[in-house]
Design a protein around this ligand. Sequence first.
Ligand code: IMP
Ligand code: MG
Length: 174
Amino acid sequence: MKEQIQVMISEDEVNARIAKIAAQISVDFQGEEILAIGILRGGVYFCTELTKRITVPVILDFMEASSYGSATESSGTVHITKDLIEDIAGKNVIVVEDIIDTGRTLRLLLDNLRARGPKCLKLCTLLDKPERRVVEVAVDYNGFVVPNKFVIGYGMDYEQRYRNLPYIGVIEDA
Ligand code: IMP
Ligand code: MG
């Protein structure tokens, strides 16, 4: 099976936007240290590209949540399937995610992390698909607002494929 992929946001556009977000975070946290939490697996590419460009000290950790939904839609039940190594109490935490769709995954993760007593808890997402929101989530840093289309690349998958595309695309006729 070979799907046709249409470019929605080019590699250059994505990287330029990531550099801007990294610069903003570096200003916002001047003189402080950040603990960046990349959300597996989709947030990995964004998290590494973003943190590379942040100029204040960064500690990196990862967390994974699964929602056991269909290929293109998360279910209402979200579970933490891999927890952090670091203790986040008293730290400046930034959660780095690929995309906020219904908001269910982030809501669970943020509520869970907030209970651990971070100094601050910010959410940074590469993409936001607000039309699909079911649960309210406050976004602190956003790369792009995207329409209600299923996107792939830059960490995002369709049935585990296409995560490694260096741009953001849509599958035609998917
Ligand atoms: P939510 O819980 O519905 O907000 O969705 C959370 C997760 O579903 C995201 O972190 C992605 O991993 C995945 N997801 C949502 N929309 C898309 C999409 O358009 N393409 C690829 N993955 C998506
Ligand atoms: Mg994800």
